[in-house]
Design a protein around this ligand. Structure first.
Ligand SMILES: Cc1cc2nc3c(=O)[nH]c(=O)nc-3n(C[C@H](O)[C@H](O)[C@H](O)COP(=O)(O)OP(=O)(O)OC[C@H]3O[C@@H](n4cnc5c(N)ncnc54)[C@H](O)[C@@H]3O)c2cc1C
Length: 391
């Protein structure tokens, strides 16, 4: 079997690794170099802590296991994979009650979570006024671009081809409508038995071009990067309202503070969420809000300089679930896109599902718990209203 994977971000690269592991011949195509889409804009968190029980949490648990396997395969150091754990802090007593109730539900679904009365034991530089926290030791971190490059290199070492500078324009189908390849914008045809749409935020546009539209839209986010510091933040630390913002469908601006240290010493502060299409402009008020929120939980940050601010466009799906699996409208097309702010963390589990769907393995693919992620839920739905073709 031969598969074309569209997109060399973290999801496409993980798919290439998983498919070649199962003996499938792979051609990865991307209009840009590896990892230059939203993958280069993510913070690299691999989280269970922000997922409510359901299909996405099940995928996150599968992904956590497969990330550790990937770490063993390529060497954890080479992709900066760290089991650093997450600490979710409450800023009010009422918020602490909701946070503990959320953690109880997650524990029932197999997540390890510990209530922490004194968060300073875990994070000595936190504000002493915070009423409590929950510690999630299973949360991890990875360097997304390094990981995408390494996963693609592993696939290439097994014979996969990577064609950069190639933009997919449409599908080539047989007399029965089954996809037998893709056509590029230069008119070249690349034959395949299966085509995987791993085009991230552009998954909606690519889906339409393949005759299998899915409503993936951009959701902009800013991340602040500080000057390098000695180690001050040990875990990924965020406030309890982060989960609410992730799950919200509002178009307006939402900010909730996420703070974490990196190997290089810089501290990353994220992350805003707003639906403004592919508008690249910088909003100073958003940067100021994120900085203020970060200082409220880590007061030492008030005296730290910012080096830079970057932004990216998350691949947002209106029901906040990624689109993973075969499309019933276009035989041979599978989607692996729409992961919003969790595509780094969910990439390896997504790749496992795609490989299982393609090989017919029953280990994970056809399980009912992942049925909520299938593209079937959009069949008959109206096309996405903001699907602008920006790069
Ligand atoms: C500010 C911010 C912070 C984030 N933090 C995290 C985090 O901590 N943890 C986490 O898990 N996620 C995070 N995310 C989300 C994460 O970055 C994305 O979900 C993930 O990168 C999506 O990866 P992808 O491979 O699907 O898409 P991409 O990396 O965008 O790759 C898609 C590729 O498809 C290519 N492509 C598009 N159209 C075509 C075409 N027609 N032909 C050929 N190629 C095409 C593009 O060039 C691109 O390289 C964050 C996102 C943002 C914006």
């Amino acid at each position: 079997m031969r598969a074309v994977v569209i997109g060399a971000g973290i999801v496409g690269a993980a798919c290439a690794e998983a498919l070649t592991r199962d003996g499938i011949e792979v051609v990865v195509v991307d209009r840009l170099p590896v990892g230059s889409g939203t993958t280069s804009r993510g913070e690299g968190n691999i989280l269970l802590s922000d997922k409510a029980p359901g299909a996405e949490l099940a995928l996150a648990q599968l992904s956590r296991r497969t990330w550790l396997e990937v770490g063993d395969l390529v060497g954890r150091e080479s992709i900066e994979l760290e089991e650093k754990g997450g600490v979710v802090v409450a800023t009010t007593h009422q918020g602490l009650g909701s946070l503990i109730a959320f953690a109880d539900r997650q524990r029932a679904a197999g997540v390890t979570a510990f209530e922490v009365e004194d968060p300073l034991v875990l994070e000595p530089h936190l504000s002493p006024s915070l009423p409590g926290a929950v510690h999630y030791p299973e949360d991890m971190q990875v360097q997304p671009v390094l990981a995408a490059a390494r996963l693609l290199a592993v696939a290439q070492s097994r014979g996969a081809q990577f064609r950069s500078g190639v933009e997919v324009a449409g599908a080539v189908t047989d007399a029965h409508g089954a996809v037998i390849g893709i056509r590029t914008t230069t008119g070249e045809v690349i034959e395949a038995d299966a085509v995987v749409n791993a085009a991230g935020t552009w998954g909606g546009v690519v889906g339409e071009r393949l005759g299998a539209p899915v409503p993936v839209l951009p959701r902009r986010g800013f991340v602040l990067v500080t000057e390098p510091l000695p180690p001050m933040v040990r875990h990924k630390v965020y406030t309890a309202d982060y989960v609410e913002n992730v799950e919200s469908s509002g178009e307006g601006l939402e900010t909730s503070c996420v703070v974490e240290g990196t190997r290089g010493g810089t501290v990353l502060i994220g992350a805003s969420r707003e639906r403004v299409g592919f508008d690249p402009s910088l909003r100073v008020d958003v940067v100021a809000t994120l900085a203020r929120q970060a200082v409220a939980i880590f007061p030492f940050l008030a005296d730290v300089n910012l080096l830079r601010v970057y932004r990216g466009f998350r691949p947002y799906c209106p029901d906040h679930l990624p689109v993973i699996g075969p499309d019933p409208r276009a035989r041979g097309v599978l989607h692996a896109c729409g992961h919003e702010g969790a595509g780094i963390g969910l990439a390896t589990g997504t790749a496992r599902l795609i490989a299982d769907y393609l090989t017919g393995s029953r280990t994970t693919g056809p399980d009912a718990e992942f049925a909520a992620l299938l593209p079937d839920r959009f069949v008959g739905a109206r096309p996405a209203s903001e699907s602008v073709e920006a790069s």
